[in-house]
Design a protein around this ligand. Structure first.
Ligand code: AMP
Length: 381
């Protein structure tokens, strides 16, 4: 089936071609018609499956069908995301497609870590608001916007949005939304939380399940190195240099560790930036941009970056430290091997962690032959 038969606004079609969207992805094929008919949707599909366009295109089309909106502070469509980076990424997709439509659609991305004043000043006349929950509530408390006329609520990375960490903020937001609205939930993983909440939040939804990420990462090669803590830094630099890795995403468990690993890499002649929640928003954005455009080889990140971020052509992910949960492992590893490309995910494992690593692999239904790194000559690295 082609995009032409999906009943999207005709102005979008040439732009889809220009962007090399030759045919709809599986999630787009199912979700677009359902969203256009204003049904609720629960989409389980990983980043890289085209899930963003699967809601952006029909939402923009629906907005075009409405009479021209008066300029005010009433938002039409609210998209909630867990991280600032994802807010920017999703907002960019709305803007990229929205710009060709005859009735202009104004999209704004709002998130914390930057001054609230410019966001308040430019909020007027916004149709689509992409927000992280904390900043959204701040803006509401400053009367910068109104949620009572929202037609569609979209939760991207819905399982994250609906877990305990966001619960209080989400409840506050739900209370401000009109009862009758379209609800669209997208998530790469279907957790128990999401399973129970979908019954409350969604009204006879279309459930689209496109291969779970756990299945999907079967195509990603996994490898594991036994390594003691003191040799992790040298081993990392050895692997990067020996394998001439020119794009690597390294995951650590804490912000401090990310800073330290990145600093050591840079000191040893490998360009690296850290990215984590303790960095300023400006620093986060420029580090991600520099990595995406190939200006730096290595990005050292906390799990902040494991969710939803689309990095084209990333061949290597390295778990400098293992994540606590198998789910985070799936999300981290899923940053590589996107859209059928090859990907290798390497994990550093202290001997004491092998049990934990095996639990993760069991969930993945994978087996990894561990490499002993004790014998590697890491002097000079
Ligand atoms: P997402 O799953 O939303 O993170 O999208 C992953 C990537 O796939 C993005 O870079 C999109 O531009 C791209 N994409 C989305 N839909 C299509 C399509 N139908 N054909 C080709 N590329 C697409």
């Amino acid at each position: 089936m082609a995009f032409e038969s999906l009943d999207l606004h005709p102005s979008l079609l040439p732009l889809l071609k220009e962007n090399n969207y030759s045919s709809p992805t599986p999630i787009q094929l199912e979700a677009i018609p359902a969203i256009l008919s204003q049904r609720d949707v629960l989409g389980i599909a990983k980043t890289g499956s085209g899930k963003t366009a699967s809601f952006v295109l029909p939402i923009l089309t629906l907005l075009q069908r409405l009479p021209k909106k008066e300029k005010n502070r009433e938002i039409d469509v609210l998209v909630l995301v867990p991280t600032r980076e994802l807010a920017v990424q999703v907002g960019d997709v709305f803007n990229a497609f929205g710009k060709v439509l005859p009735n202009p659609i104004k999209t704004m991305s709002v998130y914390g870590g930057v001054s609230i004043n410019p966001q308040m000043k430019t909020m007027f006349g916004t149709n689509v608001l992409v927000a992280t929950p904390g900043r959204l509530l701040d803006l509401i408390s400053h009367n910068a916007l109104e949620l009572s006329k929202v037609r569609a609520l979209i939760l991207d990375e819905a399982d994250k949005m609906l877990n305990l960490g966001f619960q209080d903020e989400m409840n506050e937001i739900f209370n401000l939304l009109p009862e009758i609205r379209q609800n669209l939930l997208f998530s790469a993983t279907l957790s128990k939380d999401l399973e129970s909440i979908k019954n409350v939040l969604l009204d006879e939804p279309l459930i689209v399940k496109i291969e779970s990420e756990a299945n999907d990462i079967q195509s990603i090669n996994l490898s594991g190195y036994f390594v003691t803590e003191d040799r992790k830094g040298p081993l990392l630099r050895y692997l990067i240099k020996k394998n001439e890795m020119d794009r690597v995403l390294v995951f650590t468990s804490s912000a401090q560790k990310a800073d330290r690993v990145a600093a050591k890499l840079t000191k040893n002649g490998i360009d690296a930036f850290p990215i984590h929640g303790k960095k300023s928003q400006g620093a986060r954005q420029s580090a991600l941009e520099a990595f995406k455009t190939g200006k730096i080889k290595v990005l050292v990140a906390t799990d902040l970056l494991s969710r939803g971020i689309d990095i084209e052509g990333l061949p290597f992910v390295i778990n400098y430290e293992l994540p606590r949960s198998p789910k985070d492992f799936i999300h981290r590893v899923g940053r590589t091997g996107r859209a059928g490309e090859n990907g290798l995910a390497i994990s550093f494992v202290d001997k004491e962690e092998i049990k934990h690593f095996k639990v993760i692999l069991k969930k993945m239904k994978r087996y990894v032959e561990m490499v002993e790194s004790d014998e590697f000559d890491l002097s000079g690295y």
